[in-house]
Each structure stands twice: as structure tokens, then as C-alpha cells.
Design a binder for this molecule. Structure first.
Ligand SMILES: [Zn+2]
Length: 411
């Protein structure tokens, strides 16, 4: 089947679908508001989206998973506390107030800060999870089966939870938040240098005093993420959820059923607290890797800024490689719709595609956000009134194209 081959037969257009998407997002934001992972509002928003998906799909279900939502971003204040402790130890040591042995505590604290950054943030390991309250979140899985034998499976996905507000992005904008991060990272570097000088036997009093200049940065880390104030996440990532749902609507209302390709929409929970929903889904479904069906995963996240569309071949701050064939599929689909989308690396953070790749599923993600980061990113500004329908429709076309092309040839 060729996408848009017989346009005159199409009853529901991508323009109709785009209206469904923007209305749906507005309704979720108005009715349920912010959706912290594991919250009642995340669950109720998912139930609403399930209701909307039901007429388009053969099956719609919600699978729950256990999660410790506040663990992931806790590496930020944890690093701040470790560096404050290290500063105190180095000062005491340089003024001869503590023994050499005790001065080694500074090394341990620096190690603790770095371990948190690497473990939780760079590798998305569940390092601190046992220390935080457990909640129940869920993933919505909607399936449109193949007519005949299933030989291929394509999963389109967005995440339904929203993020806690990033205080400095909201208050200071993209340069401000990067300055706060840079200030703290410089403090980490300076602390490492001071600790090394002290361990080599130098008194380094002036250096140790210099560490005081970074205390405001460390204190600032405690307010970096505001768990009392979650955002609407209209763009991040109800756009991904609703484009996934609109794919099902388009296929269903235009009576498209592929002979051998199953189409799946997954609305994950808990992406903002470390891809926990996608991780739980792939852990619960090892058959996706070995049931003989060629399976690919396309993650859609934050579809808004048309000038900044990107296909992420490198995910999880560059630590995870997504699949080059899935990237090529998206690239070619873009070209067929007049978009030469760059294939590249996510600057910081991760998308659900990384969890799929780690689970051995061929995956890539498509994102359309100013990586500066955008002013609305993880702030209260990410509301339904800043959606950009033209970009949403463009991406919907590209995704539908990718589905039809995958059905034809696989990857
Ligand atoms: Zn997101």
C-alpha cells in the first residue's frame, strides 16, 4: 500500500487528525492538568486517552508498573549536598582542623556526586530508587492488528506524564539554566583540584577558601527541580501521545488494515522520571525480541519547533545508540514530505527510544524542540495554547509515511 496513493478515497485527513490532536491535548490539560508519574491525574489522563483510542483499535489495555518517581532527578540536590560537604572537609583540612584520614572524606563525597550524575542521569540506572516512595504508574498499549499473519510490528509512542518545573529555565531562560549548571560544574572541577592539592600535602588554604565562591551554585541545585509544581506538558509530550493516537484514528477511519503489519501505539508513563515506563514495558515483554516479528519503535517527544526537528541516532546524552535503519526510515519519510531532518545526537537527557534500544529493539526518536533548551521546556509555559498545529500535522504525515514504508519493505 502506498501512503496517500488514493487521496480521493480518504475520509479522515491528516488535517482532521490534527484537530483531534489539538482538541484532545487541550482537553487533557483542562480536565486533568499536570501529570506527575504515578499520580491520579496521570492515570485519569491515560484512561481518557484509552477511551478515545478504543474505536480505532482491536485492543487497548493499561499495564501498571511500580516506580519511585522522585528518585531520578534527586541526583541534582544530592550532588549539591556532596559538594557542600566536600567544601567543608577541605577547609577544615587546609586549616589543620582534621586529620589526613578524615580529609579523605572529601574524595568520597566527590565520588558520591559523580556516581549520582553518571548512574542516574548518564546511564539511567535505578540507583536511588529504593530510597524514595513507591508509586504505581502505567503504560497504555493500543493495537491495530494485521489482516493476515503478523510479520512486522511498528510501535509509535509518546509519554503521558509531565515534568516537575525546572526553576531556572522558567525564571532565567535557556542561558540562565545553562549558567546555573555551568557554575555548579565549575565548582565540581574546582573542588576536585583543591582536594588533589590537599592530598598531595599542600596546605592550599587560599584554594580551599576559593571553594566558598561556589556555595551559591550548590545551594541552587536544591531548587533546580520543583516537585511542588508540575507542568502541563502539552508539547512534552501530549503531542507524542496524540500523534500516536491519531495514527490509529487515521488508519481506522480510512479502513486501512495492513496485510502483515501490526501497528501499536504506546502511551508510556514515567518518562520524565527516567524512562521508567518504557523500561517496565520492555522488561515485561521479552517476546518482542524473539517472536519472529520484525519490530521497530519510534518515539515522538515534544513536537513543536519545526526548525529544530531532529532524528536521534544517539540517545541518553550520547550513551545509547539507536538504530540507523529506523533513523533512515524516518529520514526518507521526512524527505518525501519536504523535510530534510538532520540525524544526530540528543544534547542532554534521553527519550523512550533509548529504553527500546537498550532492550534490543530497533528504535529511534523524532523530536522537534529548540535544544537551547526552549523557554517552555519543563516549565509552566508548556501549555496547550502554544501548540503548533502545522508542525504536528507535518510530523503526523512523516510518521504515517514511515508506517506505510515499513509495511512495504521493513527496515
Ligand atoms: Zn518528554
Amino acid at each position: 500500500m502506498e501512503y496517500l496513493a488514493d487521496l480521493e478515497k480518504i475520509k479522515t485527513t491528516t488535517a482532521d487528525c490534527t484537530e483531534f490532536i489539538t482538541n484532545g491535548i487541550k482537553n487533557i490539560c483542562d480536565s486533568f492538568g499536570p501529570r506527575p508519574c504515578g499520580s491520579e491525574s496521570e492515570k485519569r489522563a491515560q484512561e481518557q486517552m484509552m477511551k478515545e483510542l478504543e474505536p480505532f483499535c482491536d485492543s487497548v489495555r493499561r499495564e501498571t508498573f511500580k516506580v519511585n518517581p522522585k528518585a531520578f532527578m534527586s541526583f541534582v540536590p544530592h550532588a549539591g549536598a556532596c559538594l557542600m560537604g566536600s567544601t567543608a572537609i577541605n577547609l577544615a583540612s587546609s586549616f589543620g582542623k582534621i586529620s589526613k584520614k578524615k580529609a579523605l572524606g572529601s574524595v568520597a563525597l566527590i565520588g558520591g556526586a559523580v556516581a549520582g550524575i553518571v548512574g542516574e542521569f548518564l546511564l539511567y540506572k535505578k540507583m536511588y530508587d529504593p530510597l524514595f516512595k513507591e508509586e504505581i504508574s502505567g503504560n497504555v498499549i493500543a493495537v491495530r492488528k494485521a489482516k493476515g499473519e503478523t510479520k512486522r510490528r511498528i510501535i509509535i509512542s509518546g509519554h503521558s506524564d509531565s515534568a516537575p518545573e525546572w526553576t531556572y529555565t522558567y525564571k532565567l531562560g535557556s542561558n540562565g539554566v545553562m549558567a546555573v549548571v555551568g557554575y555548579a560544574v565549575a565548582g565540581l572541577g574546582y573542588t576536585v583540584a583543591t582536594t588533589a592539592a590537599l592530598l598531595s600535602g599542600k596546605k592550599a588554604k587560599k584554594m580551599a577558601l576559593g571553594q566558598l565562591a561556589f556555595l551559591p551554585a550548590y545551594a541552587g541545585l536544591f531548587k533546580f527541580v520543583d516537585h511542588n509544581n508540575y507542568v502541563d506538558g502539552a508539547n512534552d509530550d501530549l503531542t507524542g501521545c496524540y500523534i500516536s493516537s491519531a495514527v490509529m484514528k487515521y488508519l481506522s477511519e480510512n479502513d486501512v488494515r495492513f496485510e502483515n503489519t501490526e501497528v501499536v501505539a504506546i502511551l508510556t508513563g514515567g518518562e520524565e522520571c527516567g524512562l521508567r515506563g518504557a523500561k517496565a514495558y520492555f522488561a515485561a515483554h521479552p517476546e518482542l525480541k524473539n517472536d519472529g516479528v520484525e519490530t521497530i519503535f519510534i518515539g515522538l517527544d515534544n513536537i513543536r519547533d519545526g526548525d529544530f526537528m531532529m532524528i536521534y541516532e544517539k540517545d541518553m546524552t550520547g550513551m545509547v545508540k539507536n538504530d540507523k535503519d529506523v533513523c533512515a526510515l524516518l529520514k526518507n519519510s521526512g524527505l518525501k514530505h519536504g523535510e530534510d531532518i538532520p540525524v544526530g545526537a540528543i544534547p542532554l537527557g534521553s527519550t523512550d527510544a533509548a529504553a527500546a534500544s537498550q532492550a534490543g529493539i530497533k528504535a529511534a526518536s523524532l523530536v522537534a524542540m529548540d535544544p537551547a533548551p526552549a523557554r517552555y521546556y519543563h516549565t509552566r509555559l508548556d501549555k496547550a495554547d502554544i501548540l503548533i498545529p502545522e508542525v504536528i500535522e507535518k510530523v503526523l504525515n512523516i510518521v504515517l509515511q514511515a508506517i506505510y514504508d515499513f509495511d512495504e519493505k521493513g527496515v
